[in-house]
Design a protein around this ligand. Structure first.
Ligand SMILES: *Cc1c(COP(=O)(O)O)cnc(C)c1O
Length: 238
């Protein structure tokens, strides 16, 4: 059983390696590494390991299940963590989730948006969101269909207590790195097309795309946020 120091050392090494790879991928396409935010997806590990990750300098943390986020956020109220929900949010979990998160990556329906708007108003805050797009078109995936976006964007933007910051996608499971890169390019192109028809006050600056297996390709295609889990926890018992 590894002691605390060795867990922390391992996380520190993994984090440095991932940050280095992010920086190299950015520099390869003439981008500045600081433009890219690393969200550490902590769904594989418990609160004890996460505390070490925060201690070595990772403050943006993501969970894919709301209940896990609730639990871990409650365990870590003493730490300066910005929580991101990266997975599907059910409407009956909105009220409890909103106060905890800095950014919702996975807004995927108008009904969910209306629920978030209502509860944000009650909390007297605007909720920052990304619109999840099912860019690969796989039936099992959540997200808006790309073709419905031009019509939906003004309706979402009309919800005053939601702040739309950009788009999010997951790459196709099949097809390897080439398919993933094509998906990332498609999300960026969709963003560029939507930017042109954006209602006033809405900007789609953020592109949340890229995970452990494909973040370099995502950065090459314009990712501003990468969501990385397994690469950070390599070598740590789970
Ligand atoms: C698990 C997860 C990730 C991280 O995946 P890794 O391949 O472990 O880096 C990113 N985004 C979402 C939505 C996830 O569920």
């Amino acid at each position: 059983m590894a002691g605390h120091n060795s867990i922390r050392d391992r996380l520190s090494c993994n984090l440095a390696a991932v940050r280095q790879q992010i920086a190299e991928a950015a520099l390869r396409c003439q981008r500045r590494p600081e433009e890219i935010t690393l969200v550490a997806v902590t769904k594989y590990v418990g609160s004890e390991v996460i505390r070490h990750l925060v201690a070595v300098g990772c403050h943006d943390l993501g969970e894919s299940r709301p209940q896990d986020l609730w639990q871990k956020a409650a365990d870590m109220t003493d730490l300066p963590v910005r929580w991101h929900l990266v997975g599907h949010l059910q409407r009956n979990k909105v009220r409890r989730t909103l106060p905890l998160i800095a950014l919702l990556h996975s807004l995927d329906s108008l009904r969910l948006a209306e629920e978030i708007d209502k509860h944000s108003a009650a909390l007297r805050r605007r909720t920052a969101v990304l619109l999840e797009v099912n860019i690969s078109g796989e039936p099992a995936k959540h997200g808006f269909a790309p073709r419905e976006m031009p019509e939906l964007l003004p309706r979402l933007a009309a919800l005053e207590n939601i702040e739309i910051r950009g788009l999010m996608c997951m790459a196709a499971l099949e097809g390897g790195p080439q398919a993933a890169r094509a998906n990332f390019a498609a999300l960026r192109e969709l963003r560029d097309r939507l930017q042109a028809v954006c209602p006033p006050g809405v900007r789609l600056d953020e592109l949340s795309m890229g995970m452990s297996g494909d973040f370099q390709a995502a950065i090459a295609e314009g990712a501003t946020i990468v969501r990385i889990g397994s690469a950070l926890f390599e070598g740590i018992a789970q």
